[in-house]
Ligand binder design. Structure first.
Ligand SMILES: C[S@@+](CC[C@H](N)C(=O)[O-])C[C@H]1O[C@@H](n2cnc3c(N)ncnc32)[C@H](O)[C@@H]1O
Length: 208
């Protein structure tokens, strides 16, 4: 395990207040605006792997929410698999890129520039959060977004963080959802931000 400057939380004052969220959103927006592309453009291998073993009925209409969708590769991949996808990120440039990626791939996603904290309370058959910067305070809302029989896939790098919600801490705090499994997923990204990470921690939970 190691710490990661990408997700640096040192000196973050009052992580749970709106001032903190505004500055965190501004920092991410700045990062996107300064770089033509931040992430690899490929869906997370851990997502493909996790979904493959969920035994989903592709024929029935299903809704998915991608929290912290970044440039949209996961949201677009889910849309390509037939999911009706809502994708949220508090960095407007990321959301615009997610919309563009969807259009380039001929699929539709409902991409919105909104923070997780301000996002409406709705329910989805699948909620995913890959490398999001949520906190322990966000767990009740995170659980509430999962529909009956729905799934949560929550993934982070194998790293330590005092401030950000990690799969291990989420596991301890689940009250509404039932843990399905949690495991290490080894990966080898060849490009994009985060490619120095080679181990992700995956948590899957369901509302029964
Ligand atoms: C490390 S990036 C990962 C992006 C994408 N999930 C992926 O795997 O490529 C985390 C993303 O979450 C967004 N984010 C962080 N905190 C958020 C919040 N509270 N509400 C909405 N988006 C947030 C950031 O702007 C950033 O785009």
């Amino acid at each position: 395990m190691h710490t990661d400057s990408t997700h640096s939380d040192s000196n973050a004052p009052g992580h749970h207040n709106s001032e903190y969220h505004a500055s965190s959103a501004a920092a991410m927006e700045d990062r996107y605006a300064r770089n033509e592309r931040v992430w690899s453009g490929d869906p997370n291998a851990a997502l493909l792997n996790a979904v493959a073993s969920m035994g989903l009925d592709v024929a029935s209409p299903r809704t998915a929410l991608d929290i912290g969708c970044g440039e949209g590769a996961d949201a677009v991949w889910l849309a390509q698999q037939g999911w009706q996808v809502t994708a949220i990120d508090h960095a407007p440039t990321a959301v615009r890129r997610a919309q563009e990626l969807a259009a380039e791939n001929g699929v539709q996603i409902d991409a919105r520039a909104v923070s997780f904290q301000d996002f409406e309370r709705a329910m989805f058959d699948l909620v995913i959060c890959f490398f999001g910067q949520l906190s322990d305070d966000d767990v009740p809302k995170l659980e509430s977004l999962v529909a009956p029989s729905g799934w949560l896939i929550f993934v982070h790098h194998d790293m330590e963080s005092e401030k950000y919600l990690m799969p291990a801490r989420l596991k301890e705090q689940l009250t509404e959802l039932e843990l399905v499994d949690d495991y290490v997923f080894d990966k080898n990204l060849e490009r994009g931000g985060g490619s120095h990470h080679h181990r992700d921690l995956v948590l899957r939970a369901r509302r029964r």
